[in-house]
Design a protein around this ligand. Sequence first.
Ligand code: ADP
Length: 472
Amino acid sequence: MIRVLSVASECAPLVKTGGLADVVGALPAAIAANGVEMRTLLPGYPAVLEALGKAETIAEYDDLFGGSATVLAAKAGGLDLLVIKAAHLYERPGSIYLGPDGKDWPDNPERFAALSKVASDIGTAGADGWVPDVLHGHDWQAGLMMEYLPDDGRPATVLTIHNIAFHGLAGAEKIADLGLDPLRFTPDGYEYWGKVSALKAGLMRADRLTTVSKTYAAELMRPEFGMGLDGVMRARRDVLRGILNGIDDTIWNPEADPLITPYKTLKGKPANTAALRAELGLPAAEGPLCVVVSRLTEQKGLDLLLQALPTLLERGGQLALLGSGEPSLEAAFRAATRDPNVAVHIGYDEALSHRMMAGGDAILVPSRFEPCGLTQLYGLRYGTVPLVALTGGLADTVINASPAALARGVATGVQFAPVTADALRVALDDLCDLHADPARWRQLQKNGMKHPVGWDQSASAYAALYSEVLGR
Ligand code: ADP
């Protein structure tokens, strides 16, 4: 039995802003069969505290970055949780990362330093007699854990990069407040261009690094994708692994999804498509109903989709988008609904995302970079053909409908490169050609539905990594 403490800033179903939460929420159950006992350490945001049933206080802090705090042990959402209850850090309304002005909470460095500090304390002293063998942190919010751990008697450490774009920077004037060793404020330590980088702290010192696809692991070592940390990634390439995310198929399973009209075979899909069109006010159409479920940010390449959209509409296709994010993209997509074949829902809506996945013919993911990506995996599972950029996890999970792949009957979707509006136009055209050939289209859908997108392989890979880092 290997004991692992997973340390993260979000965790589905309790609190989620993106794919990180899905992974953190699904991994403990997925990996239990591999002889790994995983507990999850989370900040006590209001949504987390409300979900806790009976909780037991297992540790107390008089002063955790500016106020008193306790650590609670509880079960919720099928997870074995340790939760940091610290009103001054986490009990505030709104987004877990952003204040009402849409900017990072000014005390984010302290908020997630606290998460890292408590993780390091549990890693050394245990939690009520439970001592983890491995501390597994996720993204920059867990990075400083590697600095807080003592040099001697450290547990083994793993850091997973879900997105290297977020560095967790803080001004150098915070070094003392954050309880960091000033002697390690160097290029070999946690210093990054004169600032404290929580992510770099983790990248430099974790025993093993992982990211969420093999292609993204390779991309991270290149300047175009490394976001200024490609040199660090090259220096640590020996400990870097790519392990693909899976999807939680207790939540994403078209055969038993309570949020849709469930279907075992493709025969059941048209009813969902008709219902989605009716819900969104879209007319019947000859071409494919393409869906997007996404944060609206530069990363996701949806500005390219706006440019290429006329190609889809000219071919009789339709677009249904669910997302929120940058105001300029929200406004541009709202404006695109001038065309009756475009429907846009600005906001975050878990239930609608299921109905879109079940009702769509195709799912579009034109990301400029994508560490793994989950929505193309949902698409595969639901017979909703993915059209994706050839990058990161999108490259690793979709088999492009090239003439060779079509001839061999293995294609699952359409990929395009380079990630430009022109290449996307060509790909949308190809998608419409494929859709117009019902036998081919059905083959793509069926291949996708058979493609393994669950956790089995990846859970084994994480378990093997823990054994390796423990020298077992
Ligand atoms: P990222 O983590 O970069 O946002 P992923 O594809 O890895 O991208 O994960 C995004 C997750 O968030 C998916 O589970 C997706 O369904 C969900 N999601 C994104 N935007 C929305 C939205 N507006 N409404 C509902 N779910 C959303």
